[in-house]
Write a protein that binds this ligand. Structure first.
Ligand code: DQA
Length: 145
């Protein structure tokens, strides 16, 4: 089982960026954590991070026929990107959305997510653990009983 894990803009700044909200661990620690989770679940992950909306759209399109599911933290594009929503709908793969912080209790503009209009599962406010939960949900969707 192949899962594409996408991290959007500014997540490469983890550890430096607003540590009170996003934690002190850096992006390489997040990637190592995701790889460990994947190993434990016996699945393959491809990790992708970009600060560019079009690059994320391209990556989602490339997943068609190659990947079995998508785990995405669209970061700020969560709240703005119809293009990312449309790309996810176009490839129509099982998709889980994850956010490190609790977007439901922050600024008003973070409460709406375009990606949630397609994602089968949205996890927020659980830090790194949310990525584990997202991968595990995807496994449940994809593996036969
Ligand atoms: C985020 C929440 C978004 O609102 C924000 O723009 C991010 C990160 C999170 O993981 O909590 O960049 O997706």
């Amino acid at each position: 089982m192949n899962i594409l894990v996408i991290n959007g803009p500014n997540l490469n700044m983890l550890g430096i960026r607003e540590p009170g909200i996003y934690g002190k661990e850096d992006f390489s620690a997040l990637e190592a954590y995701i790889r460990r989770c994947a190993e434990e679940m016996d699945i393959t992950v491809e990790l992708f991070q970009s600060n560019h909306e079009g690059a994320i759209v391209d990556k989602i399109q490339e997943a068609l026929g190659r990947m079995d599911g998508i785990l995405i933290n669209p970061a700020a594009y969560t709240h703005t990107s119809v293009a990312i929503l449309d790309a996810l709908k176009a490839v129509a793969l099982p998709t889980a959305e994850v956010h490190l912080s609790d977007i439901s209790v922050r600024e008003e503009f973070r409460r709406f997510s375009y990606v949630s209009l397609y994602a089968g599962k949205t996890i927020y406010g659980k830090g790194f653990l949310g990525y584990r939960e997202g991968l595990s949900w995807l496994c449940d969707q994809l593996l036969p009983e």
